[in-house]
Design a protein around this ligand. Structure first.
Ligand code: C2O
Ligand code: CU
Length: 487
């Protein structure tokens, strides 16, 4: 433990001089952006769509010199993009060729807890895990990654992560760009630190209180990537796939772009901005316009939320992530419609329970994560308000499994536009109070918990996580079954 230092300015003051990174990545944009392939699937006789995923080790060449030892799903690094429609029954056969146990969590997915892939669903080496569920939520950009207790940061850092896109009738009907890899592009942003042999360096150093941070930026597994733009509008599905870094996205020429979706799906209407901050685990869909023949970079800028984030975002200056090169003639035909997704509607719901969560010192409400302790039960079909506070001055965020929530207020004020859509992860500015509304439905199990936790992965691993169950009326919180707890 100890990933979250208890103290204040000393560490920062000391760490920050060194954090003045000597390089802002080796960004010469000489490599075409890798686009994760769409996962192949087969449909069985009962209509269930089945995906095969093999968790495996391999080697990946990110830069000149030796290849890097990495992990991936069906490949050496990252995994294919999974795509399914609302209403479809889907299943996975997930094999583990590693020599240690891991798990596969469907981040942002509404599904039974036993299929959730959290720490209780470990997949041992040589085992195959076969979760199955029916997709029952609006179109959204989700992702999948390991969640073994105490080792999530390391397993994700080695390369286990992938995007999971849900479509629905509404998302298929809107005229937004939607040709995968052409004008609808996954952008999985990660930072890595390499040692002298080009191997991933797992030591946390400069920003030790946040986790491992690296000075090299990787997008979809590509360092120094460029993307060839062939359309006037391009939709980017941004995923902060880092364990500890924030990205404050913007373009080199400060051009505006439209935020069209947050973690849980499309916004009711687009919001135009030129900066967007995402903390670990958060996603956003944006649409950006290009003119023929131009070149422009997507960057991360220092965050500007007063002192706190400016210090913590990890970069003293801008950082180039990805270059866009527009062709001499661009195809039109797509647009941003006036109305897109659903407006979060929990602000006026009857609230049956309010709870408070305080994050600090590797704990939530003073308790470290315990696989055998279910912290509380919520009732199926009810809406709760959770008041969440980051009380120790370091950066944290808050992620809840199973549901998409609505940020009602931050310190009593309406949230900024980029936090008004459905969310499953929200950055917690130190000392501010976030009032979240959550509706629980459908999948009850008194014995199998869902997680809530900080998504700075070393904090989660160090214990900043808790467990809740969804109960039917009259049911009581049970206990995690022995066999499961033993994992
Ligand atoms: Cu993305 Cu509990 O995790
Ligand atoms: Cu944290």
């Amino acid at each position: 433990s100890g990933a979250v230092a208890a103290g204040g300015g000393g560490l920062l003051a000391h760490g920050w001089a060194e954090a003045k990174l000597d390089t802002f990545g080796r960004i010469d944009f000489d490599t075409p952006l890798a686009i994760p392939p769409l996962a192949e699937s087969t449909v069985d006789s009962s209509g269930v769509r089945i995906f095969d995923l093999e968790i495996q080790g391999g080697q990946t060449r990110f830069k000149d010199g030796p290849a890097t030892d990495t992990w991936g799903f069906n490949r050496s690094y990252l995994g294919p993009t999974i795509r399914a429609e609302r209403g479809e029954s889907i299943a996975f056969a997930i094999g583990n060729s590693l020599d240690e146990a891991t798990s596969v969590h469907w981040h942002g997915m509404h599904l039974p807890a036993v299929m959730d892939g959290g720490p209780h669903q470990a997949v041992a080496p040589g085992e195959t895990w076969t979760p199955q569920w029916t997709v029952n939520q609006q179109a959204a950009t989700l992702w999948y990654h390991p969640h073994p207790h105490g080792q999530t940061a390391e397993h994700v850092y080695r390369g286990l992560a992938g995007m999971f896109i849900i479509d629905d009738d509404a998302s298929e009907a809107v005229p937004l760009p939607k040709t995968y890899g052409v004008d609808d592009v996954p952008v999985i942003v990660q930072d890595r630190k390499f040692d002298g042999d080009n191997q991933f360096d797992h030591s946390s150093s400069v920003l030790a209180q946040l986790g491992v941070t690296g000075d090299d930026l990787i997008v979809n597994g590509t360092m120094g990537a460029y993307f060839e733009v062939t359309t006037e509008l391009v939709r980017l599905r941004l995923l902060n796939g880092s364990g500890a870094r924030l990205y404050h996205f913007g373009f080199a020429d400060d051009r505006p772009f439209s935020l069209i979706g947050t973690d849980g799906g499309l916004l009711p209407e687009a919001w135009e901005t030129n900066r967007l901050l995402l903390s670990p685990g958060e996603r956003a869909e944006i649409v950006v316009a290009f003119t023929p023949g131009e070149t422009v970079e997507l960057r991360s800028y220092p965050a500007e939320h007063g002192g706190a984030l400016g210090r913590f975002d990890g970069f003293e200056d801008r950082l180039d992530l990805l270059q866009f090169r527009a062709a001499d003639s661009l195809t039109g035909g797509t647009s941003i419609p006036a109305a897109m997704g659903s407006e979060p509607d929990l602000g006026s719901a009857d609230v049956v329970e309010e709870r408070s969560f305080s994050l600090g010192g590797d704990k939530i409400n003073g308790e470290p994560m315990d696989m055998d302790r279910i912290d509380f039960g919520v009732r199926e079909g009810t809406v709760e308000v959770w008041n969440v506070v980051n009380d120790n001055g370091y950066l944290h965020n808050f992620h809840v499994h199973d549901v998409q929530f609505q940020v009602l207020t931050i310190d009593g004020e309406a949230p900024p536009p980029h936090l008004r859509g459905w969310k499953d992860t929200v950055l917690l500015i130190p000392e501010s109070e976030y009032r979240l509304a959550l509706r629980f439905s459908e999948y009850t199990d008194p014995n199998m918990p869902y997680m809530f936790h900080c998504h700075f992965l070393m904090h989660e691993d160090a214990g900043m996580m808790g467990q809740f169950v969804v109960l039917r009326e009259g049911e009581e919180v049970g206990g995690v079954p022995e066999a499961v707890a033993a994992h």
